[in-house]
Write a protein that binds this ligand. Structure first.
Ligand SMILES: N[C@@H](CCC(=O)N[C@@H](CS)C(=O)NCC(=O)O)C(=O)O
Length: 209
């Protein structure tokens, strides 16, 4: 049977989706791409996703899906036993929606616009550096707000969810593990609980040595 094809890059947001596939027991094909402007694989990525972002997923019927949260919903639909999204009627579902969307709509873009800041300010190195610094600071505020909402042992409390996969991946990105341990210890624990799952560890240990 044809498998979904995931375009991703090591250590990027595509690992969130890889963990989701593993937890749902769904096999997928993988194609490594580099989204940088001068990369030889960028044209291929743009062909699939005009925004030039990973993850980008080609479904078995040829349809394209982008956006981590949309893809995680698709994975959950393929295997309703996967514990990525609290089912309808579950008390934690409203919190899941609020904070999962907060992660992708508020937190994730702080890397998108800060990673290579000069790209968004017509190549101006100094303005790019300032953009990176301000988005890095803004992210810390957002993460602290999330920390205030974080339960134990998982973000939603007793229930593991895809939010913990975001935390597991993002805790390896700026501002890094030391900041998370000191400033967001509850979320660091939830990230570690996710990372202790073999399906998640296999991906994270592959990319973050
Ligand atoms: N909203 C997207 C964000 C994806 C994203 O920003 N991916 C990063 C890599 S971690 C990327 O492709 N960055 C390149 C760019 O935005 O140009 C999602 O949730 O999938």
């Amino acid at each position: 049977m044809k498998k979904p094809l995931l375009l991703g890059c090591a250590g990027c947001g595509s690992i969130i989706v890889e963990c989701g596939f593993n937890l749902a027991g769904i096999a997928y094909d993988y194609e490594e791409v580099d989204y940088s402007d001068d990369s030889p694989t960028r044209p291929r990525l743009l062909q699939v996703n005009p925004v030039g972002q990973v993850p980008s997923l080609v479904l078995p019927d040829g349809k394209v899906m982008t956006e981590t949260l949309a893809i995680l919903h698709w994975i959950q639909d393929q295997n309703p036993a996967a514990s990525l999204i609290p089912p309808p009627g579950d008390a934690s579902r409203t919190d899941f929606y609020r904070w999962a969307v907060f992660l992708i709509a508020a937190v994730y873009p702080t890397w998108t616009y800060g990673d290579d800041g000069k790209k968004w300010v017509k190549g101006d190195e100094a303005a790019g550096k300032a953009l990176r610094e301000s988005t890095d600071e803004h992210r810390k505020k957002l993460l602290k707000q999330l920390e205030g909402a974080c339960g134990a042992p998982h973000f939603l409390g007793k229930r593991f969810s895809a939010i913990d996969l975001y935390l597991a991946a993002m805790s390896h990105w700026r501002p890094g593990a030391k900041w998370w341990s000191e400033e967001a210890p509850k979320m660091k624990s939830a990230a570690e609980a996710a990372e202790s799952k073999p399906e998640v560890a296999a991906i994270l240990r592959r990319d973050f040595k």
